[in-house]
Write a protein that binds this ligand. Structure first.
Ligand code: DGJ
Length: 536
């Protein structure tokens, strides 16, 4: 009698082959965690999203001719585009895939990947993308009831019909992708957009009130390591935070179920995005969007929505202290950092490097298209080549070595920084070596007491390739190295400028003389150096 093991093996192989055949042979994009670091794997290797998000109303086929030139100009490798529920499900249960199919085919033509943004029940705290047939039945698909009993313009997370409808539509979207996108043009999907509520801390409807007075869920208590005794209600367990946590749990549980319904159809990585609270001086809930994945309730979201792979910050805070704090808060154990939206004015471009320094899997300025719209004062007053140039520089530099940068970051070899207000020099520790980045010094001459650039536009990255070999790149900065060996000084043995081709660094010239005597000075030219160091 044949043993069971070969039969099992055979079944496992057949299952694996079937899974690959379903997806056209390429493994699904996925978030991988190793040694506490994260990467987005696309085609089975780390991938860095050099992203650009279009304006809210720019994913219509008629608008795409005004989108592609901006995407091409910034050299993004990924475009983030909404899928509008009102367009996707014009009648209950009838789905219109036309916009989605257009996006898939045009993204392929333009050689970019897609992050789809499911504008479902929530969009910026409201429900404005619900189809008309839902808007016509507000009792069935209700808004939140505020403390004063009036309706608040935010969908109730305690509405079974809304949940069922959102799950059905999102599942249809993912089911369609599974067959229509076997080559994985879509690498990530955002479930809803900036969920939560402005204008009320929670839902005060009778149904919600009953839940609020009932026991706090055991999964949540376990996740937060709280034990207030069996059956303790929200108020008893969480005191002053109870209303906000109740709403965060309710919204996250709703969205977690929508995500799970989609993932059951097609297992792409999923995330949702946060309208942030001030990370340094948050103020009370209500002064920010309550219930969304703000930094204080990330553990609640993790417990309530396990089908989401990560929660991601939309960063529209241009001062470096706040920006860096947000990166730290969201790039945390248990959460891969992804910046799906950030301001599109010039000051934000340098934070791409800060995000890399926090091991981001991707970064995307918002509102990148030539439809004529600008969301100033959040972003630039006009979107044109001049305003987009700082973002284009980033991707021009990193694009050709995107895979290497993603891999080096996943391996923990890369550090990257952005110029900070008031801090004109930064030191990166690499074991026996330090890399010192300074801003505002001339390309020729000593660089003590760097004054900073007139505007804080500097950015730098350094990656350790070998014991004494580094990759160095950046804009508007000087990078130099110091040895930690006592009594020794660094010597540039070889500074090669070049580029990665097919995974190999190919040198084009050596830097020496003026180009190295004062450290390695980076201007607005996209330059990549491989630096071999010695001591004397
Ligand atoms: C953040 C939202 O997520 C975006 O969709 C957009 O509304 C911007 N705010 C503002 O332009």
């Amino acid at each position: 009698m044949p043993s069971i093991a070969p039969r099992l093996l055979c079944t496992a192989l057949l299952a694996a082959a079937a899974a690959l055949a379903q997806t056209g042979g390429a493994p699904l994009p996925r978030i991988v965690q190793k040694d506490g670091r994260y990467a987005l794997f696309v085609d089975d290797a780390p991938f860095l999203i050099l992203g650009a998000q279009v304006n809210n109303s720019s994913a219509w086929p008629a608008m795409l001719p005004k989108v592609w030139p901006a995407i091409a100009y910034v050299e993004a490798n990924t475009i983030e585009v909404p899928i509008y529920w009102e367009q996707f499900e014009p009648q209950p249960g009838q789905f219109d895939y036309a916009n989605l199919d257009t996006l898939l085919s045009q993204a392929r033509e333009h050689n970019v990947r897609l992050v789809l943004l499911w504008f479902g029940a929530w969009k910026n705290g409201s429900s404005h993308y619900m189809p008309l047939w839902m808007k016509a039945e507000p009792e069935r698909y209700p808004r939140i009831t505020g403390k004063d009993g009036r309706a608040v313009d935010s969908p109730s997370p305690h509405a079974p019909a809304t949940l069922a409808a959102d799950q059905r539509a999102f599942a249809a979207l993912m089911r369609h992708l599974k067959t229509a996108d076997q080559r994985h043009t879509v690498i990530l999907v955002q479930v809803e957009n900036e969920a939560g509520t402005y204008g009320a801390v929670r839902d005060y409807s009778p149904a919600a009130q009953k839940l609020f007075e009932g026991p706090a869920p055991r999964e949540l208590l376990a996740a937060l390591h709280r034990d207030a005794g069996r059956g303790a209600n929200w108020q008893e367990v969480f005191g002053a935070e109870s209303e906000e946590l109740f709403h965060a749990w309710s919204v996250a549980h709703f969205i977690g179920q929508v995500a799970a319904a989609g993932k059951a159809e097609y297992g792409l990585p999923l995330y949702t995005n946060a309208a942030l609270r001030d990370p340094l001086q948050p103020g009370p809930p209500g002064s920010y969007e309550s219930g969304g994945p703000t930094d204080n309730v990330i553990p609640v979201w993790k417990a309530a929505a396990p089908a989401l792979d990560l929660v991601a910050p939309d960063i529209y805070m241009s001062d470096s202290a706040r920006y860096l704090k947000v990166l730290e808060l969201y790039g945390r154990p248990g959460n891969a950092l992804f910046v799906p939206e950030t301001g599109n004015s010039a000051v934000y471009a340098r934070f791409f490097f800060a995000a890399l320094g926090h091991q981001a899997i991707g970064f995307a300025p918002f509102g990148i298209d030539y439809t004529g719209y600008s969301n100033a004062p959040l972003g630039a007053a006009r979107i044109n080549e001049e305003s987009l140039a700082p973002f284009a520089l980033n991707y021009k530099l990193i694009g050709p070595m995107m895979r290497e940068i993603a891999r080096l970051n996943f391996e923990g070899r890369l550090q990257a920084v952005a110029e900070e207000s008031g801090a004109h020099s930064q030191t990166l520790e690499f074991g026996p070596w330090k890399a010192v980045v300074s801003y505002g010094v001339p390309a020729f001459g000593p660089g003590s007491n760097p004054p900073g650039n007139p505007q804080p536009v500097g950015r730098a990255l350094v990656a350790r390739l070998g014991d004494n070999q580094f990759l160095a790149a950046g804009f508007f900065c000087r990078i130099d190295f110091r040895t930690n060996a006592p009594g020794k000084q660094r010597e540039f043995l070889r500074v090669e400028e070049g580029a990665y081709r097919d995974g190999e660094f190919q040198a084009e010239r050596l830097w020496n003389g003026d180009q190295t005597d004062w450290g390695l000075n980076f201007s607005s030219a996209p330059q990549v150096l491989r630096v071999t160091l010695g001591t004397y």
